[in-house]
Every structure is written in C-alpha cells, then in structure tokens.
Design a protein around this ligand. Structure first.
Ligand code: GLY
Length: 316
C-alpha cells in the first residue's frame, strides 16, 4: 500500500533588510516572493522532493537582482563578488555547500552537486575546479546597482573605518533561503548569499555552515542577518535540535530568538517542522519572508510606523 501523502509546505526569505527601504517597496517585493512561492509550491504538488523544490526556489531567488545572492550579490572589500550557498536534506540529514565561489549564476547548484560527494563543502579553488568539472557557463552576477553602492561606500571608506561601513550597509544582512516539506513528509533547507558586503577577502559566511542552514527529519531552518551573529548563536542547528528534543517549532523559535535578542544579535530565521508547522522570527528590523500553507500564501511584509512587524510568528 502506498504511503499516505502529506500536505506540502513552503517558506522562503529574501534577507533581513536589503530589499525593503520604504513602504513603497513592499508591493514589488511581495509580488516577487509570491511568484516564487507559486512556482515552487506547484512543483511540490506535482510530487517533487523537498530537495528539488529548495533548489528550484533558490534558483529563482538567486536570479532576482533585488536580493543579495546570485545575480545582485554585493561586492567584497576588493570589489569582487564571492558567493556562498548550502543545501541540507533532512531525509538523510546531509549538509553540502560552497564557500566564496565566483562567476556562476546559481551557487546552490554546487551545493546540490556535492550532496552525494565524499567531500561535501568546497571553498574558492576547489569550488572553481568543480565549476569547471560540471562545465557550468561563466556568468557575471554583477548588477549596476551593486557596483554603484560599492563605489559610493568605497569612497566614504577613504574617511571612515571599514567596520563602520559594514555596520551601516543595508546589504550586510542580505541572503536568500528556502525551506520545504514535500508530500512524503521530507524536509530540506537551502540558503545562498553574496555575503555581508565590503568584507575581508576569505571571510566565510554562515550561509554555508550548519549555523545558517540546517535540517533533519523533524525540522528545517534557513537564517539571514549578520553571519557572525548567526554563527555565535549557531541558530539554525540550535532551533532544529530543540525541535528534535521535543519543543514545538514555535517554542524553539521563541527561546532561540529571545536568546539572540538578549545577546544583541542582528538576525532572522524561517522554518518548518515535520508536522507542517511554519515559523519565522527576527531580531533584525526587517525580515523579508513569505510562505505557502497549501490553502493560502502569506508574508511578513506588514508595515507599521517605520518598521515591519513580528518578533516570532507561527502557523500551526
Ligand atoms: N548571512 C549572510 C552573511 O553574513 O554572509
């Protein structure tokens, strides 16, 4: 007898602040997120695995220039783009990723290609070699907006300390992420980023670590925000482990985000559990996220006064 199918669930994010600077940006960002949700949710309904759905969602978000991943990635201190991404399949609890890769359209493709490899996280030279092995076309993810941002900030950097420039940069919190539950009840999470912007060469992002992207059979989480803060909290793995140890997804989010806030962190996270519960939370001012329950789509983009609402929110 065939196993009973479960209702797929999906949540995606476009970072913790880079995409929205005013109330007017909300409609455009919402439209973009909902388009991705519709596409990827359709795939889940047709029976795609959580892993395939996550990769598809990451492709679409990496292609959207308003988000800091793939096309539209921010530039590092030397004016180069180096991207990082990871994929975790909850069914076999397997993490793979790439760190500081250049000149490809979809960094998540490298993470996926490494899912069944014996060496599963590759950085700069190794990642470049894998790009050649896979014969992925050379692609320049630079956009005019990102170049202008870098040129302006670089100019100010002649009079400011680098740390100040990084702290003030909106792009510093940008990332994209996708978390899916498929109709077999399997979970997966994927996260991709251009990094903080203006960082030192060789700086490693949380997006290619279990701190920023983690999944098992019970829960799956993708994070955004300042990578160092996410690493210090080990946020994605912490939430997943709390659910595995018996907390509900919402309680795991509440506890973990409260700790993050007490520790003065600047971050956000989205997640699902195996029961189909959806949750997100942030200590950052903004979390750009949207979800599909099967019955409806919703998002975090409700503007009140001068910032977006919601510390931790969940849908059972
Ligand atoms: N969370 C993205 C980064 O800090 O690199």
């Amino acid at each position: 007898m065939a196993a009973a199918q479960v209702q797929p669930k999906l949540i995606i994010h476009g970072g913790a602040g880079s995409a929205i600077k005013s109330k007017e940006d909300i409609a455009a960002v919402r439209q973009c997120l909902y388009k991705v949700l519709e596409d990827v949710y359709g795939l889940l309904l047709s029976g795609a695995t959580a892993q395939a759905a996550v990769v598809r969602g990451c492709h679409l978000l990496e292609d959207e220039p308003r988000f800091n991943a793939g096309t539209g990635s921010v530039l590092q201190s030397d004016g180069q783009i180096r991207m990082s991404a990871s994929l975790m399949d909850g069914a076999n609890q397997r993490f793979s990723g790439t760190i500081n890769v250049s000149r490809i359209q979809h960094p998540i493709d490298l993470a996926q290609a490494l899912q069944n490899a014996s060496d599963r996280v590759l950085s700069d030279y190794g990642a470049a070699e894998l790009v050649r092995e896979l014969q992925l076309p050379i692609y320049n993810p630079l956009t005019e907006n990102r170049l202008q941002e870098w040129l302006e900030e670089r100019q100010e950097n002649f009079t400011k300390k680098m740390a100040g420039v990084v702290a003030e940069s909106h792009a510093g919190r940008g990332t994209i992420g996708v978390v899916a539950l498929d109709n077999q009840g399997n979970l997966a999470a994927g996260t991709s980023t251009g990094g903080k912007g203006f960082e030192r060469i060789g700086r490693v992002s949380d997006s290619a670590m279990p701190a920023g992207n983690y999944a098992n059979k019970q829960a799956a989480i993708s994070c955004t925000g300042i990578g160092e803060d996410i690493i210090d909290e080990c946020l994605a793995a912490k939430i997943v482990i709390r659910v595995t140890d018996g907390l509900s997804l919402s309680a795991a989010f509440e506890r973990s985000l409260q700790e993050s806030q007490q520790n003065g962190r600047d971050l956000g996270a989205i997640g699902l559990d195996a029961t189909g519960a959806i949750a997100w939370g942030r200590t950052s001012e903004i979390l750009v996220a949207a979800y599909h329950t099967g019955e409806q789509m919703g998002d975090t983009l409700e503007w009140t006064e001068d910032k977006l609402t919601g510390f931790v929110t969940h849908i059972p």
